[in-house]
Write a protein that binds this ligand. Structure first.
Ligand code: 5GP
Length: 138
């Protein structure tokens, strides 16, 4: 399947639609998920195009995973979490809805379930959570 340059995350990368960014480097961007399944739920994407894990280059994967690890530590510190869940979906049958490679980073607390998918978050609360993550990144 070909990469669609008009997918939502490509538009976020180009600044055509707003996002709450928490971290970026030359190769990757991390921003808050607008339908958070946990407080602090964020997404990490490569800045270069690929649909998902299946067509990503080793270079894209290694850059994204380094940022996923960095943000995993940051969300645990920011929310006093005891663990972190990483989710990643490939193609529609695999649960993927936005076709630009992304990893979900979800801070977790013992015994607290993820919220159901598809529920819009409170943008003021998401902005506060983003600030905590930026502070934890130092
Ligand atoms: P997936 O493709 O991993 O199944 O789901 C895409 C994820 O992107 C969902 O968690 C959804 O909440 C998130 N998402 C969809 N549209 C937007 C958007 O416009 N901005 C942000 N920040 N997240 C989005």
């Amino acid at each position: 399947m070909a990469y669609d340059p008009d997918n939502i995350f490509a538009k976020i990368l180009r600044g055509e639609i707003p996002s709450t960014r928490v971290y970026e480097d030359d190769d990757t961007l991390a921003f808050m998920d607008i339908m958070p399944r946990a407080d602090g739920h964020l997404l990490v994407i490569p800045k270069t195009p690929c649909r998902n894990l299946l067509d990503a280059s080793p270079t894209q994967l290694s850059a994204v995973m380094a940022t996923v690890q960095k943000l995993g530590h940051a969300v645990m510190a920011a929310f006093g979490a005891e663990g972190v869940t990483i989710q990643q979906f490939n193609e529609a049958a695999g649960g993927q809805e936005v076709f630009h490679l992304h990893f979900h980073v979800l801070p977790r607390h013992e015994g607290v379930r993820l919220r159901p998918p598809g529920q819009m978050g409170d943008m003021a609360a998401i902005a506060e959570q983003a600030e905590k993550i930026r502070a934890a990144l130092g």
